[in-house]
Design a binder for this molecule. Structure first.
Ligand code: FAD
Length: 361
């Protein structure tokens, strides 16, 4: 007998979990979510992400394992599946000695290391010579990474799931048990619920995990091209502001970031912050405007997304709530894409542990 699974959430966590589970025999998977790819909403983080692979996880941690497991699938997409909207990009990580101890430099600690754990995972990892560094930069590393055009990648995940028989429907659940109510799953009774609700796990009845909080990220999407991805350890404009640049695959434009404003739910772009983001980006990456001023940036849109940051890291756990088997996969913070396959793999393992492995029917 196949098992009926409801996945709540159609962000990168829910969709990657649905895709990996749909490759296994014996599951009828239904994704039910308030927001779907194509939507832009403050409660839906995934479309706003850059998104790239720049691990900030600590070596030896569970999070580093999930990041490490995700590199090969993303590299495979970049190499062999152009229709997924993922491409390789060279990236440079710049460090300023004066940022030591700041919020961003602490968040980036492993990323800024000259010998991080992922040096053996990504191709071409190297330390850049002093003579190649721009003004104010004290050290830098470089490697080959990927950048994901989320406007292509999220719908691509949906298409892959649909091809494997996954069904999709809009739904809003007040309480997690509502996802097992009659009529939710098109095939009948629900055997297990997967909770991929991101930041909104803090509000979902039966979960209400108050250790998940927003880290507000404001971005500017421009038509200009950067040539490579750049990230720096801090800014002179405040501890919760950041500076990074990445050009998305397949005409997706270039993302200029950003901020990391913990606890802020503000959905509207702050025009002053937007100007600071653009000025910093042009100063760090003159190639954006061929050395000209910020007025030569060609803005597509301003945006704000909320990273679902969880104290203790992403929650991937089994639980029985109101008598129903649940597996959680939420709270990936600023790493939802770069840890997506590792997290989904572990979630699928827990689903199999809860229900027993299925045989091919
Ligand atoms: P979400 O995308 O928020 O999806 C949650 C889903 O659950 C939605 O479908 C929602 O509608 C649904 N849902 C929630 N509650 C309910 C309910 N009660 N009933 C029904 N449905 C519900 N990550 C990287 O790896 N690399 C990057 O470069 C990167 N850059 C980022 C830049 C910015 C500005 C931001 C904001 C984030 C960035 N991230 C990056 C982080 C990444 O975007 C997130 O970690 C990831 O999108 C989280 O995905 P998710 O599926 O858990 O949550």
């Amino acid at each position: 007998m196949s098992k009926n699974i409801v996945i709540i959430g159609a962000g990168v966590a829910g969709l990657t979990t649905a895709l990996l589970l749909s490759k296994k025999p014996g599951y009828k998977i239904h994704v039910a979510a308030k927001h779907m790819p194509g939507d832009y909403d403050i409660e839906y983080a995934s479309p706003w992400a850059g998104a790239n692979y720049m691990p900030v996880s600590v070596g030896g941690s569970q999070a580093a394992k999930w990041d490490a497991e995700t590199w090969a699938p993303l590299a495979d997409l970049a190499r062999n599946h152009p229709e997924a909207g993922v491409h390789f990009q060279e990236c440079e990580i710049h460090s300023r000695a004066k940022d030591a101890g700041s919020a961003t430099a602490t968040w980036f600690a492993d990323l800024l290391s000259s010998n991080p754990w992922f040096a053996k995972v990504v191709p071409n990892f190297r330390t850049l010579g002093k003579d190649s560094l721009g003004p104010g930069i004290d050290s830098a590393t470089a490697f080959t990474s990927v950048c994901i055009n989320t406007a292509i990648y999220l719908p691509w995940l949906v298409s892959q799931c649909l091809a494997n028989g996954v069904t999709f429907k809009r739904a809003i659940f007040e309480h997690i048990r509502d996802a097992s109510a009659p009529g939710t799953h098109p095939r009948g009774n629900v055997d297990l619920i997967v909770n991929c609700t991101g930041l909104m796990a803090s509000k979902l009845g039966g979960v209400e995990d108050t250790s998940v909080v927003p880290a507000r990220g404001q971005i500017v999407l421009v038509r200009n091209e950067a040539g490579k991805m750049l990230d720096v350890s801090g800014t002179d404009d405040g501890d919760d502001e950041a500076c990074y640049v990445m050009t998305r695959a397949a005409g997706g434009g270039t993302i200029l970031g950003g901020s990391y404003q913990k606890g802020s739910w503000e959905s509207q772009p702050d025009p002053n912050l937007a100007l600071r983001i653009m000025k910093r980006a042009v100063a760090m990456c003159p190639a954006l405007t061929n050395g000209r001023g910020v007025e030569h940036l060609d803005v597509i849109r301003h945006g704000v997304g909320l990273r679902p940051v969880r104290e203790g890291g992403t929650r991937i756990e089994k639980e029985v709530i109101a008598g129903i088997n649940v597996v959680h996969n939420y709270g990936a913070g600023g790493a939802g894409y770069q840890s997506s396959y590792g997290c989904a793999l572990e979630t699928v393992n827990l689903i199999e542990e809860s229900l027993g492995p299925r045989s091919r029917l």
